[in-house]
Unconditional design. Structure first.
Length: 827
RNA sequence: GCCGGGAUGGCGGAAUUGGUAGACGCAGGGGACUUAAAAUCCCCAGGCCUCAGGGCCAUGCCGGUUCGACUCCGGCUCCCGGCACCA
């Protein structure tokens, strides 16, 4: 199905017009600001209808708010650094920048075909020094504020990408990009101290009531706060203190062994020089090398080895064996756990396997007066109960015991309250070429020295021909880059060979857009303050725990450095569902999709936009079908024909509402209802129902016979304005036909409903008998409750149901329903 | 396993947040126009029964609250997403 008017020609005309008029150029001094942002675009080929959907949501709001008198910031840019460009370069033997800029060119062309109202003057491209120098500037600032540091750590290594990954980039043990199984390596890398903001980021989540609930839940989980106590156990042989984190101090009397993470530092030394050394070393090496994916799938089956050493329970003085155990992770807590097999399922399984004693110290109340018998237990008892075998705490409810034991430990100086987070510091070093060079110099005399701000940018060398990763940084092999002089002492020194994670680029791009051309600073505080926070942020759910945490962290860190005022970057977030084709998610890199560059020339941008807007509510996924296109094409064709059939009738003078005929009154009310619903639905991010309302109104107009009625003519005018955010090209064309002397339709005020005419004079009230619909009565809106009830009881279809029965009561819900309740009939 | 979301005609989806279930659209059936087809327009359209007035059933399943439940509560089934031994 094709459009019945020259869509392409007319769309091109108005796109050029908007560009020439600067319709979407941002106001330098916003009075009522509205910042609409769609998530950063990674240029990897053509733009498909999945992208289009995302951008259409933003564009509807941008245009609507503009017509409502807001000053809108609606920018676009390119997340242009990253591995796919580098991999493409390796595959095709050209430079990553070639592939990147070709992709950008194609994508920009497609976006312009769609006629999205971006302020292209503020376009940013992260792989240009104009952008990435500010990554470096901010990195140095973070370093100066103690938020960037280097440490040796066991890091996630993707053997395919040949680079490290942040925790957020590992999903289920595989690389987020290439799906290769991630390994562990010990390396010295740069980290950003996001953990310093863990509590604030968590508290902030509670206030983000205009974010989707699932994203908030994911962030809470990801930050993973848990309250507990750090108890000082002692290594029996050396009296060395080993702090152990637990959330269950109430089970402290039930500890029968200690479990140590194989990756932890203590695990390396604990059995050295003893008869257990060989067994411990064998186990340690085997577990550490075990790929993550295997550890994930091998749930349940626990494995460990005895170290020959013992720990002393500071509360009881008990002496318990220390094991290495594969289920303990080094990165959480202290890497050592006190094991209470009676009341922890993992410890239970481990104890059973290695014949370690089990002690019951929490008694289930339901069991009373019988007692928990460790030898016959089939699983750990993990619920609340009464403390037993716990010295002075016997008889205490275990949930109260947590507090009491903690207090006791604190008093004795053998424990302290701590809060633990699952969130880890952000690893930002990457061993790849196509990224922002980390602006640090390693000097044999001065150590790590940041490149002075006035000597930025550290340019990414362009004359590199070999990007093949060799397990170390690509830049390490580029002599002209790596060799430098120390900014501090002037002696020979080496540059940091790593580049930054590209999530750094997208952590502050929302700020750069507010001052995109600044060549003195990343952005001015005054400009950022004008626009932040983002009023509407639209993007994919896949960024829930990566980007959306990083950019919340950056915004706060930058605020603390005095660079801006707002701490929370975005108040309203909407995540959109994927668009699939025959059940397969559209993807540029996999070449699956309906391409904007092909679809728009054939069907038009307005049809494409309507199709993705109308198909389903934004947060849900949708399958692209030809039938969808058929439906919206018919809609625009009928619109076109309506105006074609009524030349010269479009009017903008509000009719004299005192002189309406009955039919006119109905049409006028329907129009106002449509306006009200469209605005309310857009405010609620429900574009599918807004379009449905407009379709209904078009049906009303088509059916309306009195074409010379002033109401009909006025409705034609209002409909053009109403449509403008949804089918901008068509609306602009109709607008100019009706008012050749006027400017853009987007300079006009969006219609407001006439509040006096939002409801019909007559209301149709359903009449139920005992909750079942039996008839409907039509009464004047002004009817009193008594009048409505009287009319309802007189309804013709009610009679058979009332024969021989008595009416117990009549319920009337104003304007909604009448329910006639009968007395219960004696059987 | 834990957390979050969901289940409505042949299909995509509506339903003022407790008040006419199925808006709008697609596909389908019937008709008009046409030599014919396409396009367009009009009518029908959840299922079953029907004395042709209407009746009964129906929002994943079972129960409850209520004058009234797609909506609230309790218990299940299944689907999607997130997390994965976090001490």
């Amino acid at each position: 199905m094709r459009v019945a008017y020259p869509a392409r020609e007319l769309e091109k005309r108005w796109q050029e017009y908007w560009e020439k008029q600067g319709t979407f150029r941002t106001s330098p001094n916003p009075q009522r600001k509205f910042y609409v942002l769609v998530m950063f675009f990674y240029p990897s080929g053509d733009v498909h209808m999945g992208h289009c959907r995302n951008y259409a949501f933003g564009d509807v709001l941008c245009r609507l708010r503009k017509m409502q008198g807001y000053d809108v910031l609606h920018p676009f840019g390119w997340d242009a650094f990253g591995l796919p460009a580098e991999n493409a370069a390796i595959a095709h033997g050209n430079h990553p920048s070639y592939w990147t800029f070709e992709s950008i060119k194609t994508a920009r062309q497609s976006l312009k075909l769609l006629g999205i109202g971006y302020d292209w003057d503020r376009e940013v491209t992260t792989c240009l020094p104009e952008y990435y120098r500010w990554n470096q500037w901010l990195f140095v600032k973070l370093y100066e504020h103690g938020l960037a540091y280097r440490k040796e750590a066991s890091v996630n290594w993707c053997p395919n990408c040949q680079t490290v990954l942040a925790n957020e980039q590992v999903k289920e043990g595989v690389c987020y990009r290439c799906k290769a199984t991630v390994e562990k390596r010990k390396l010295t890398q740069w980290f950003l101290k996001i953990t310093e903001y863990a509590q604030e980021l968590l508290d902030g989540v509670d206030k983000l009531d205009r974010w989707p609930e699932n994203v908030r839940a994911m962030q809470r989980y990801w930050i993973g706060r848990s309250e507990g106590v750090e108890v000082d156990f002692e290594l029996e042989e050396t009296r060395e203190k080993i702090p152990v984190f637990t959330t269950r101090p109430d089970t402290l009397y039930g500890v029968t062994f200690m479990a140590l993470a194989p990756e932890s530092a203590l695990a390396e030394t604990i059995a050295r020089g003893t008869e257990h050394e060989r067994a411990v070393e064998e186990f340690r090496k085997r577990i550490i090398l075990r790929p993550e994916i295997e550890r994930l799938t091998a749930t349940g089956d626990k494995e460990g080895v005895f170290t020959g050493k013992h720990a002393v329970n500071p509360l009881t003085g008990d002496r318990v064996p220390i094991y290495l155990a594969d289920f303990v992770v080094a990165s959480y807590g202290t890497g050592m756990v006190m094991a209470v097999p009676g009341h922890d399922q993992r410890d239970f399984e481990f104890a059973r396997k290695y014949n370690i004693p089990i002690k019951a110290v929490i008694q289930p109340e339901s069991l009373n007066p019988r007692t928990l018998e460790p030898s016959s237990m089939t699983a750990a008892y993990t619920d609340v109960g009464v403390m037993v075998n716990s010295g002075p705490f016997d008889g205490t409810r275990s949930d109260e015991g947590i507090e009491k034991v903690t207090g006791h430990l604190e008093q004795q100086g053998i424990g302290r309250r701590v809060v633990n987070f699952r969130l880890k510091d952000w690893l930002v070093s990457r061993q790849r070429y196509w990224g922002t060079p980390i602006p640090m110099v390693h000097c044999p005399n001065c150590g790590v020295v940041p490149v002075p701000l006035d000597r930025l940018p550290v340019l990414l060398p362009e004359d590199v021909t070999d990007y093949k990763p060799k397990g170390k940084s690509v830049l390490e092999g580029v002599e002209s880059f790596i060799n430098t002089t120390c900014p501090s002492c002037g002696g020979p020194a080496l540059r940091d060979p790593d580049t930054m994670d590209t999530f750094v680029d997208s952590s502050w791009y929302h700020l750069r857009y507010t001052d995109a051309h600044n060549d003195q600073m990343p952005f001015r505080r005054s400009e950022a303050d004008k626009w932040l926070p983002i009023d509407e942020y639209i993007g994919g759910i896949e960024h829930a725990t990566g980007h959306l945490i990083f950019f919340r962290f950056f915004t706060r860190a930058l605020a603390d450095m005095g660079l801006l005022t707002v701490r929370e970057p975005c108040v309203t977030l909407h995540t959109q569902g994927m668009v699939s084709l025959n059940g397969v998610t559209m993807s540029s890199s996999k070449r699956i999709g309906v391409w904007v560059g092909e679809f728009v020339p054939e069907h038009g941008a307005d049809v494409g936009r309507l199709a993705v807007l109308f198909a389903a509510p934004p947060e849900k996924g949708m399958d692209w079908t030809d039938d969808l296109v058929t439906g919206v094409t018919r809609f625009v064709n009928r619109l076109w024909r309506l105006y074609d059939d009524n030349p010269g009738r479009v009017q903008f003078e509000r009719p004299d509402t005192a002189k309406l005929t009955a039919n006119e009154r109905v049409l006028y009310i329907r129009m106002n209802q449509t306006i009200a619903k469209t605005v309310a639905d857009c405010d609620g991010f429900q574009f599918n129902t807004a379009i449905a309302a407009q379709m209904e109104f078009l049906n009303d107009l088509t059916a309306f016979a009195e074409r010379d009625s002033s109401v009909f003519k006025f409705a034609l005018g209002q409909l053009i304005l109403l449509l403008a955010p949804f089918t901008p090209h068509l609306a602009e064309e109709l607008w100019h036909r009706a008012r050749p002397e006027a400017g853009s339709v987007f300079g006009e005020r969006y219609p407001d409903p006439d509040q006096e005419f939002l409801v019909f004079d007559e209301m149709v009230i359903p009449v139920q008998v005992d909750g079942k619909l039996r008839d409907r009565v039509s009464v004047p809106r002004s009817a009193t409750e008594e009048e409505v009830k009287k009319a309802a009881l007189a309804a013709a279809n009610l009679a058979p149901f009332l024969v021989g029965r008595r009416v117990a009561k009549v319920v009337y819900v104003k304007g909604r329903v009448v329910n006639v309740v009968l007395t219960k009939e004696a059987q």
